[in-house]
Design a protein around this ligand. Structure first.
Ligand SMILES: Cc1ncc(COP(=O)(O)O)c(C=O)c1O
Length: 427
């Protein structure tokens, strides 16, 4: 029998399985209401529009759509994306864009281009699990920065302190990875001030910023804030920011189609890195999505998606307020966009230890510790509101609140004399 372990590369040996994918296997059991996935609502997929666009590609340009394409990407798609981004105030040319097989590929390309083993990437505590996995697979590490009390971006004092310590220890910090619009997992949206402050920090320290923005267009409340890419473009235009965008949340994740925006020099480096991965992104899909974009139906489509998610988010927040035990140390974010909210629980609750009880009650979430590179906080969870129906949200939140109530009743008094009703008893 072949000893595969001895053949794997050091990088492969450092790869970790996705906790979410492992948990999702459990959540597929019948009767479980899952708040664990990050799936868009399937009823948002514009099936008829996409079918018509695919027909058009087969009728009008089958020879090129079924052929190899360039690594940089289909120029018709790029032109559509330039128009799409212009509506948000960005000025882009074709050379500022690279078409990728959705943003997860872009995350991997960034690691491939920038990271040597032991290098550091600054990222949130918590941050997107797919980024943690990508960084681990290149044997690099995350320098985690907690969010400030206002849930409006990093704690900037901590960012500076941790960066200074890492530099003093001789570490190479390569870039800052952020999801300023409705972060996965917390739903946090960065304030304008903190976006500007982070950009200034990147200028001061010659760092790149990777702005991962899959949820940017899914804002259902409040006013849009400029992206960090845009702040750079409209200000000093030093080109420190690389933007990652995707059709996964605004059209359909099955398209596996996304785009990178950056200065042309960086784009060319990304192109070379991508060549060895897949030569080019799916050529038919690029033509197909370009045809769909030409109809301009995407704008009304995004509006409908926003309206649906606003309703679901409001419904979930109402259900949480109605069902959860009322305690100062049990709170949740109230995001103005995106797909998730983040529940912070009393410090004595470990959401991983509580997970089997939740599955027994037929409700699932993602354990908060999955979103930390190191020293995880254990008393949080991510829940998704885009996929479940309103009825499932009501029922699922009730089940979840029951599990939490039971855990607090069991462990609360032992821990800090606080009973399940949140009232201090004894010393
Ligand atoms: C922050 C973030 N980045 C990237 C991705 C990957 O998205 P995709 O590869 O579908 O574009 C996700 C998916 O949920 C995400 O939440």
């Amino acid at each position: 029998m072949l000893d595969l372990e001895s053949l794997y590369s050091a990088n492969a040996n450092n790869m970790k399985k996705s906790v979410i994918r492992e948990l999702l296997k459990l959540t597929g059991q019948p009767g479980i209401i899952s708040f664990a996935g990050g799936l868009p609502a399937p009823q948002t997929f514009p099936v008829e529009g996409l079918r018509a666009a695919a027909d058009k590609v087969f009728r009008e340009r089958p020879a090129s759509a079924l052929q190899y394409g360039t690594t940089e990407g289909d120029t018709e798609l790029k032109d559509q994306l330039i128009a799409f981004e212009a509506r948000q105030g960005l000025k882009l040319g074709r050379d500022d864009l690279l078409i990728v097989s959705a943003s997860q590929q872009a995350l991997d390309i960034a690691c491939k281009v920038f990271l040597d083993p032991g290098d550091l990437v600054i990222a949130g505590r918590p941050t997107y699990l797919g980024e943690i996995q990508a960084i681990q697979s290149y044997r690099a590490e995350i320098l985690g920065v907690p969010f400030g009390n206002g849930d409006d971006g990093f704690d900037m004092g901590e960012l500076r302190a941790r960066y200074t310590t890492a530099k003093a220890a001789g570490k190479k910090v390569k870039y800052v990875y952020v999801i300023p619009d409705f972060q996965n997992p917390t739903g946090i949206c960065w304030s304008l001030e903190k976006r500007k402050e982070l950009l200034a920090f990147s200028y001061e320290n010659d760092l790149l910023i990777i702005e991962d923005a899959p949820y940017r267009e899914i804002r259902f409340l409040g006013e849009a804030r400029p992206s960090i890419f845009q702040l750079d473009q409209e200000g000093e235009a030093r080109g420190n920011v690389i933007g990652f965008k995707t059709f996964s949340k605004i059209l359909a994740p099955g398209t596996r189609m996304g785009w990178v925006i950056a200065n042309p020099e960086l784009i060319s480096k990304f192109v070379v890195a991508k060549q060895a991965m897949d030569l080019c992104s799916n050529v038919f899909t690029q033509a197909w999505v370009a045809e769909y974009l030409k109809t301009a139906a995407i704008y009304a489509h995004i509006e409908q998606t926003r309206a649906l998610y606003r309703e679901k988010r409001n419904h979930m927040i109402e259900a949480l307020a109605r069902c959860m035990p009322s305690r100062h140390d049990l709170t949740w974010t109230e995001p103005e966009g995106g797909l998730f909210l983040w529940i912070r629980l009393p410090s004595f609750i470990d959401t991983e230890a509580m997970f089997p009880a939740a599955i027994a009650e037929k409700v699932a979430y993602v354990i908060g510790s999955a979103f930390y590179f190191d020293e995880p906080e254990r008393n949080a969870m991510r829940i998704n509101f885009s996929y479940p129906s309103l009825e499932q949200i009501d029922e699922g939140v009730e089940r979840l609140a029951g599990v939490i109530r039971t855990t607090i009743a069991r462990d609360g008094i032992a821990h800090d004399g606080i009973a399940g009703d949140g009232i201090a008893r004894g010393s």
